[in-house]
Write a protein that binds this ligand. Structure first.
Ligand code: FCB
Length: 459
């Protein structure tokens, strides 16, 4: 299948998130987020870095818009920083913070690039964490307030909204594994958190629809295929369980208005629900089940699951290493494009969403500038090509896939890995803030143009 065979109208995008690129951590009234706190704790970030400056996108957004325009990108998925807009979590709006996104949106639109706004990409205001963060039910309404404030201001120009990015990571990695902010290690807290995230998603939708009429609203999930490591019954059960925790725990309430019974039973059996599901109040599931317009899929790799030979309490997703190291990215994640086709087809079969968008896909490789300044990131080029092929295969088999956002526009602050893991199609020199388009960026640009998106004409 040739890569110029995408349906017309297919959305060609790139993605970033506020905390990972903006920097300007205390500029113009921004408050601290849980990620500022987490990065400030010794030993949390692999390379000891923080995101106080990151890509300095807050000050360089015009240059970054120009980069996207030169690449011919049609859409840009970015997130808003909650503590920049509501430094105290709720209540008084920081006008300067909101103004930034206003300028960003206008800049994008005048470059012919469609803004896709993610409301929550992990940077909770620290003040809300001090009250329990997502375990506190009042954070749900604080999020709805954020959604309201942002969509009142931007809703006339932003027509694509993503409520949350990867609630599994927020809840499980943040509250059970301690691998991400706020660094908690409690499964009961993680499950309360997941419910509050879902509730805040559902509850924000009416505000978004009201303030941004005609817009399309969705949520982004990290839906990996979960395959048993062997044909054994034990591995099959483990894979089904992990699929339940990772995928169905989020997809079922959104699409069917109920949590999957087998996953509730599993969580109960292993002591993760000491008070049962008492955090689910009457009416919550109806709110979570509010119709949406698309599911955003973040796909990097599959999960190969083996039965536990380690105690459940260790909470580790039990994936086995792949045999061929050449097929691993710098994250240690297996390159497995087929898993993307399967994830998209599975979503379509089991949940029949109105539309699917790949809202993140990409690879970490450290490849840097050669003496002549060019960057030949061949492995990222191959990764992207193979995953675009996987998208085409899914479309051919009936998946309603309408767009692809490459992660990421820029090398950036990769959470607990700091700056060591580079996902950008544009290199960032973090000393000088110089940007260099990598070979993968040029290749992506060619693919976009071959598919008929000619930015110069559109602008
Ligand atoms: C996803 C996150 C994104 C980025 C990529 C590599 O889980 O949504 O911010 O870190 O992984």
């Amino acid at each position: 299948m040739a890569l110029e065979a995408f349906p017309s109208g297919f959305v060609w995008g790139v993605a970033t998130s506020a905390f990972q690129i903006e920097g300007a951590h205390d500029a113009d009234g921004r408050g601290p987020s849980i990620w500022d706190t987490y990065a400030g704790q010794p030993g949390r970030i692999e390379d000891g870095s923080d995101a106080k400056v990151a890509c300095d996108h807050y000050h360089r957004y015009e240059e970054d818009i120009a980069l996207m325009k030169s690449l011919g990108v049609g859409a840009y998925r970015f997130s808003v920083s909650w503590p920049r807009i509501l430094p105290t979590g709720r209540g008084p709006v920081n006008a300067a913070g909101l103004d930034f996104y206003d300028r960003l949106v206008d800049g994008l639109l005048s470059a012919g690039i469609t803004p896709w706004v993610t409301l929550y990409h992990w940077d909770l205001p620290q003040v809300l964490q001090d009250e329990g963060g997502w375990t506190n039910r009042s954070t749900v309404d604080a999020f709805v307030e954020l959604a309201d404030v942002v969509s009142v201001r931007l809703g006339d120009r932003v027509q694509h909204w993503i409520t949350h990015n990867e609630p599994w990571c927020v809840s499980v990695l943040g509250y059970a594994d301690g691998a991400q902010a706020p660094g908690r290690r409690s499964w009961p807290e993680a499950l309360v958190t997941s419910h509050h995230l879902l509730l805040s998603h559902g509850r924000a939708i009416p505000a978004l629809r009201c303030n941004s009429p005609g817009s399309r609203i969705g949520i982004t999930l990290n839906t990996s295929e979960c395959e048993p490591a062997s044909p054994s019954e034990a591995d099959r059960i483990a894979a089904r369980q992990f699929d339940g925790e990772l995928n169905r725990w989020f997809l079922d309430p959104i699409h069917f208005g109920s949590y999957p019974d087998d996953v509730i039973e599993h969580h109960e059996r292993v002591g993760r629900l000491p008070s049962g599901m008492d955090f689910v109040h009457s009416g919550d599931l109806e709110e979570i089940h509010t119709p949406i317009d698309f599911i955003g899929v973040n796909y990097y790799s599959r999960a190969v699951v083996r039965s536990a030979s380690i105690p459940e309490s260790e909470n580790a997703p039990r994936t086995i290493p792949v045999p061929d190291p050449a097929e691993l990215t710098d994250m240690g994640w297996e390159v497995y494009p087929k898993g993307l086709t399967r994830a998209l087809l599975r979503l379509n079969e089991d949940y029949a969403p109105s539309a699917l968008f790949v809202t993140e896909n990409g690879a970490a490789y450290a490849t840097g500038p050669r003496p002549d300044g060019s960057i030949n990131d061949v492995r990222r080029c191959k990764y992207v090509q193979r995953h675009l092929q996987a998208c085409l295969a899914a479309i051919e088999q009936g998946a309603p896939l309408h767009g692809y956002f490459l992660w990421s526009l820029l090398d950036n602050f990769e959470w607990a890995f700091g700056f060591a893991k580079r996902f950008g199609i544009v290199w960032v020199d973090f000393e000088t803030q110089e940007r260099i388009i990598k070979a993968s960026g040029h290749m992506y640009s060619r693919i976009i143009r071959q598919n008929g998106m000619v930015r110069e004409e559109a602008a």
